[in-house]
Write a protein that binds this ligand. Structure first.
Ligand SMILES: [Zn+2]
Length: 78
């Protein structure tokens, strides 16, 4: 394998990765798992209204602070 082959391989891998990202971005947002009586999305951990947050993060199921807790727990588990 010469240097041209290596360059073409990594180029192809980059394109595949870009395609994967694109597919994920186009995915349909997950509906909220928890809803208030008036139909607003709620944090599954603390019942905070996350309607505004879901406009930015379409698949959000938690408020900012609960999501941060989950991320922290994951990092601690490693
Ligand atoms: Zn919360």
């Amino acid at each position: 394998m010469d240097i041209v082959d290596i360059a073409q391989n990594s180029q192809q891998r980059l394109q595949e990765a870009a395609l994967m990202n694109h597919k994920q971005a186009a995915a349909v947002p997950t509906p909220p798992m928890k809803l208030s009586n008036s139909g607003r999305a709620l944090c599954i951990d603390c019942d905070d209204d996350i309607t505004e947050r879901r406009k930015i993060i379409l698949n959000a199921q938690r408020c900012t602070s609960c999501q941060q807790d989950v991320i922290n727990l994951k990092h601690r588990g490693r």
